[in-house]
Design a protein around this ligand. Structure first.
Ligand code: FE
Length: 135
C-alpha cells in the first residue's frame, strides 16, 4: 500500500507524541480505558491524528465496554484500509489510515449495527474535530 502521506521515521517522531508514534507507526495498542475518547459522546468527526484524514463519525460510535473507542463503520470508507494481521497468535483484521499508512486499531465482526462490525480504535490515533465545543 503506497500511502499518500510519506514521512521519515524521524519526521513522525517529531510530529507525534511518543504514545501516538507507538500506536500509529509501531502498531502498539494503548491500554484499555486510558484513551481520551473512550467515553466521549460529543458530536463530530474523528480524524487521523497522523494526517487529518476523516475517519469516523460520532454518529456511529457506541459503547462496546472494551475500553477503546468503538464504531460500527468508517465515515469515509475509502480513507480506511483493512489488512490481515496474524500477529500475537491471533487472526485479526488491522485497520489502517489509507492516507498516511498509520495503524488505527482492529475491526471485529461482533458489532451491534446492521454491518455487524466493531471498529476498535485507539484514542490516540484519533483527533475529534467539529465538536461544537469551546474554540
Ligand atoms: Fe492518517
Amino acid at each position: 500500500m503506497d500511502a499518500e502521506v510519506q514521512k521519515t521515521d524521524q519526521e513522525w517522531r517529531e510530529q507525534l507524541t511518543p504514545e501516538q508514534y507507538d500506536v500509529l507507526r509501531r502498531k502498539s495498542t494503548e491500554r484499555p480505558f486510558t484513551g481520551e475518547y473512550v467515553h466521549t459522546k460529543e458530536d463530530g468527526t474523528y480524524r487521523c491524528a497522523g494526517c487529518g484524514a476523516e475517519l469516523f463519525s460520532s454518529s456511529t460510535k457506541f459503547d462496546s465496554g472494551t475500553g477503546w473507542p468503538s464504531f460500527t463503520e468508517p465515515a469515509v470508507a475509502e480513507n480506511v484500509a483493512l489488512r490481515p494481521d496474524n500477529s500475537l497468535f491471533m487472526r485479526r483484521t488491522e485497520v489502517v489510515c489509507r492516507r498516511c499508512g498509520g495503524h488505527l486499531g482492529h475491526v471485529f465482526d461482533d458489532g451491534p449495527g446492521p454491518t455487524g462490525q466493531r471498529y476498535c480504535i485507539n484514542s490516540c490515533a484519533l483527533d475529534l474535530k467539529g465538536s461544537g465545543g469551546p474554540s
